[in-house]
Design a protein around this ligand. Structure first.
Ligand SMILES: C[S@@+](CC[C@H](N)C(=O)[O-])C[C@H]1O[C@@H](n2cnc3c(N)ncnc32)[C@H](O)[C@@H]1O
Length: 256
């Protein structure tokens, strides 16, 4: 589906599609998504929710969310992925209670199997799932300028060319108020690689959308998770010592 950037949409907060779809939305679930996730607390505007649903619906690679809270945005994206291209999600939060509540919300909506919840920072998540290449990242964790910069620095090597980034509270007047240090999303974005390597693609609700044009990792395969430390000592010994030694011995013998 063709992506439609809307760089002129800087002050108008309405929802408009970012893909060349027929009609104003993707159907009943999309239109009613706010009502359908009414049981899950959250801080999203209706336009944010419509945009999250649409972007997750069309995501063809993994979706990364920074900031789970109670799982409202996660539930919206997981439902959209189920209805659409079938992406899987990784949602990270520093608060273990948020992850528990998020997991409950997802289970209640029958989409738990689509999401991996991770406790920690996004930097830690990317070290755990080395090779993860998010096609869509929803940045909604620490909203301070330094917090946004830290998260952006962590994801810079992972976001591929063409990858979408949606920043919550990007279009919020508190960004310009020096007395509100906890909201510095715009300043965080402006001082980062996003300003250099991405195209602005519009404001929707209080969210700002960007698409990576330059830089990013070379196309790779699926993420490889090293779970060796979770194996029993005997299994670790076999994998670290016995089997590599056996392989090496067979190679030497073959050369003779
Ligand atoms: C605004 S809420 C997220 C709301 C959620 N995305 C939604 O729309 O339903 C912010 C969340 O980010 C988490 N958070 C704060 N700093 C973080 C960080 N550095 N990394 C990951 N999560 C963080 C908080 O614990 C909180 O649950």
């Amino acid at each position: 589906m063709e992506f439609v950037p809307r760089p002129e949409k800087r002050a108008d907060t309405s929802y408009l599609p970012s893909y060349a779809i027929d009609g104003p939305d993707l159907g009943d679930e999309h239109r009613r998504i706010g009502e359908l996730v009414g049981d899950v607390p959250g801080l999203l505007r209706p336009e944010d929710e419509l945009k999250l649903y649409e972007l997750a619906y069309f995501a063809t690679g993994p979706i990364l969310e920074i900031g789970t809270y109670r799982g409202r945005s996660t539930t919206i994206m997981a439902r959209a992925a189920r209805a659409g291209a079938g992406a899987s999600l990784f949602s990270v939060d520093v608060d273990p209670q948020a992850l528990r509540r998020g997991a409950e919300a997802l289970a209640g909506h029958g989409v738990a199997e689509r999401v991996v919840f991770v406790r920690g920072s996004v930097g830690a998540l990317l070290r755990e799932f080395e090779g993860l290449r998010p096609s869509l990242t929803f940045v909604d964790g620490d909203h301070s300028r330094d917090g946004v910069r830290r998260d952006l620095a962590a994801i810079e090597p992972a976001v591929p060319s063409g990858g979408l980034l949606l920043f919550h509270d990007f279009h919020d007047e508190r960004n310009a108020d020096p007395a509100v240090a906890e909201i510095g999303v715009q300043a965080g974005v402006e001082g980062s690689w996003v300003a250099r390597d991405c195209d602005f693609a519009g404001v929707f609700g209080c969210c700002g959308l960007f698409r990576r044009r330059a830089g990013g990792p070379a196309a790779g395969g699926a993420p490889v998770v090293d779970a060796l430390r979770r194996d029993s000592p005997r299994m670790q010994y076999l994998q670290r010592v016995r089997w590599p030694a056996g392989r090496m011995a067979r190679r030497v013998l073959r050369r003779r």
